[in-house]
Design a protein. Structure first.
Length: 294
């Protein structure tokens, strides 16, 4: 694929891309030697959208965005069709004009329908105003499907609705983290990366059926480190304290960064994680003390 050339306008909203021929599928590249399959669509305003399967790992990316700078996450507001714009956190790629989806398979399943897609980049214009991309996606009757099925991702998954119902910390409203996943930095050549895992809760609060939804860079071993951390985690029932944990889907995102490479955002996230861990340890000690008194 060509590297997109980004053209920004000194106004709040970018001009819409010209519609592509809806009878055409997305372009598809299949490199069997590298175990790489990419479906992509490029627009005349410099934005590109791609789904890809890389050696069993699935990704969805948006390219050609304004540079994100020294941050690891960027908020994007996205809407398909005439839906209202919804805020999502995307991860910033090694190239900071690329946004990497934290939940790529659900995003890809919506892309395959084609039609209108709006992407609002907060403060993305040169003067600091919001930047809107209004795109017309070609429907994909084959290319996106091939990337999904090659990576063993279903073309339709009713569990996508469960992810929409999760709180910001990745658990449903009736659960909370008793022991948060605490990932350990893997042996890798990268200074930073991320991975997102989903799991299913057991009645005793342990997690099972953990799956990596996304990781970046793909070959950084961040996915396996996140799975290892999820296996040590526990959730508890807050709707009915002391009762078995209902079987629910939970999500955990792990950010990895080598000391000395942290952005202000990374440092703030680390402080917040340490605060939550202290509070949860104190709560566990209090619960143990209360149980002994009883």
């Amino acid at each position: 694929m060509k590297r997109p050339l980004v053209t920004l306008l000194a106004c709040a909203v970018a001009l819409p891309a010209l519609a592509q021929d809806a009878s055409q599928d997305w372009d598809l590249v299949n490199d069997e030697r590298r175990k790489l399959m990419v479906a992509y669509s490029q627009f005349n305003n410099g934005v590109g959208i791609a789904t890809r399967c890389v050696d069993g790992g699935f990704e969805a990316v948006i390219t050609g965005l304004p540079p994100a700078g020294r941050v690891s996450n960027r908020p994007l507001r996205i809407a398909f069709g005439e839906d209202e714009l919804t805020s999502y956190n995307w991860s910033v790629g090694i190239d900071d004009t690329i946004a990497v989806s934290q939940l790529p398979a659900p995003f890809a399943r919506e892309l395959r329908e084609g039609g209108r897609l709006r992407i609002l980049v907060p403060r993305g214009a040169p003067d600091g105003r919001n930047l809107m991309y209004d795109l017309t996606l070609p429907a994909s009757s084959g290319s996106i499907d091939q990337t999904l099925t090659t990576c063993n991702r279903p073309l339709v998954d009713p569990r996508d609705a469960e992810l929409d119902a999760l709180q910001e910390d990745g658990v449903p409203t009736d659960l909370t983290w008793a022991v948060r996943p605490t990932p350990r930095f893997p042996r890798t050549d990268y200074a930073r990366g991320f991975a997102v895992a989903t799991c299913v809760s057991n009645p005793d609060g342990t997690l099972r059926d953990c799956t990596i939804e996304s990781e970046h860079p793909r070959d950084g071993r961040f996915g396996q480190a996140t799975l290892d951390a999820a296996r040590r985690a526990r959730v508890q029932n807050v709707a009915q304290p002391g009762s078995p944990v209902p079987v629910k889907r939970v999500l955990f995102k792990a950010n990895y960064v080598v000391a000395g490479y942290q952005t202000p955002e990374d440092l703030a996230r680390q402080r917040e994680a340490a605060r939550l861990e202290r509070e949860e340890r104190a709560a566990r000690r209090a619960a143990a003390a209360a149980a002994e008194r009883d």
